[in-house]
Design a protein around this ligand. Structure first.
Ligand code: ARG
Length: 293
């Protein structure tokens, strides 16, 4: 894996196209039924499911309006976190155009059965589906922690809470992409997608307090432009769990006033969405969708 400062020419990395398809999972069985991150504490049994359904439909509508090809998977009974469909897989497309998905090994026992539903989905899509090598210890939570650098065969690899660092060495060797590991240092930001949102090839939205010095240095070395979300919006409103599907629009939780202003100043079109029923479980826009090719 690379060190903090890029040991390779970024411009020499193979390019991959942005994914144009989005997967969503219905929130029919969504609830806060246990506590596996700090945001869930105090919220057990507190989800208003009708409200959650309404919020999820607005998210779906936003993707349809932006012209993305939306697929929907039905949530399964007994799997209240399955709606967070960014976590169970890491879809990839190689520079040669091969499509595959790495199946996650979920950290919490409660979430382990979710992965089978996504395995079936990607098998149905004709993807090359593979799990982690059985001899490899450690967990991996897919696109909760592993984020593609837009347009490049370069992966940002968060670790420390849900994903183990050594997993990235193995993936890097197996699939030939470059991984820049990022240590997560604050339990409120337990997944990389809670504190980093790559917007386009040049720009990232992030909350610097969630990273160590080495991580920040690596991020600044690879992104020409860094937009810093303020702590209250990052921690309380998941401002960095936003999503830019096309390099232009940014879908973000409602009420992130300062983040919205910074994004608009940088030229993005902000689409505000209310996801507060899902914030009770420690998730917002980014983790409620999965991009694939
Ligand atoms: N309750 C879920 C969990 O703790 C929320 C997952 C949110 N996903 C994310 N990528 N941040 O696993």
């Amino acid at each position: 894996m690379s060190d903090a400062a890029p040991s390779f020419e970024v411009s020499a990395l193979p390019a991959i196209p942005r994914p144009g398809r989005v997967l969503l999972t219905t929130p029919d069985h969504f609830e806060v039924a246990y506590v596996i991150n700090p945001h869930m504490a105090g919220n057990v049994g507190d989800v208003d499911r009708d409200r959650a359904r309404h919020q999820w439909e607005r998210l779906r509508d936003a993707y349809v309006r932006l012209g993305l090809d939306v697929s929907v998977l039905d949530g399964a009974a007994g799997l209240p976190d399955m709606v967070f469909c960014a976590n169970q897989t890491l879809p990839y497309q190689t520079p040669g155009g091969e499509r595959g998905a790495i199946i996650s090994r979920m950290h919490a026992a409660q979430r382990k059965p979710e992965v089978e539903h996504y395995r079936r989905f990607f098998e149905g899509e004709g993807y090359e589906v593979r799990g982690l090598d059985p001899d490899l210890p450690g967990d991996f939570e897919g696109m909760g922690d592993a984020l593609w650098h837009p347009g490049r065969y370069l992966l940002w690899g968060g670790y420390g809470y849900r994903t183990d660092r050594q997993v990235y060495d193995r993936l890097e060797r197996a699939l030939g992409f470059m991984v820049v590991p990022l240590k997560l240092d604050d339990p409120d930001f337990y997944h990389l997608d809670t504190c980093l949102c790559p917007l386009d090839e040049q720009t990232a939205l992030l909350y610097p307090g969630a990273f160590d010095d080495e991580g920040i240095e690596a991020l600044r070395a690879h992104f020409d432009r860094v937009i810093e979300a303020p702590e209250d919006e990052a921690r309380g409103l998941f401002a960095c769990n936003a999503h830019c599907p096309d390099g232009t629009h940014v879908l973000v939780q409602q009420g992130c006033t300062e983040t919205t202003r910074l994004l608009q100043d940088a030229g993005y079109e902000v689409v505000e969405l209310q996801t507060d029923e899902f914030l009770k479980s420690g998730g917002s826009v980014f983790c409620m969708k999965l991009m694939f090719w």
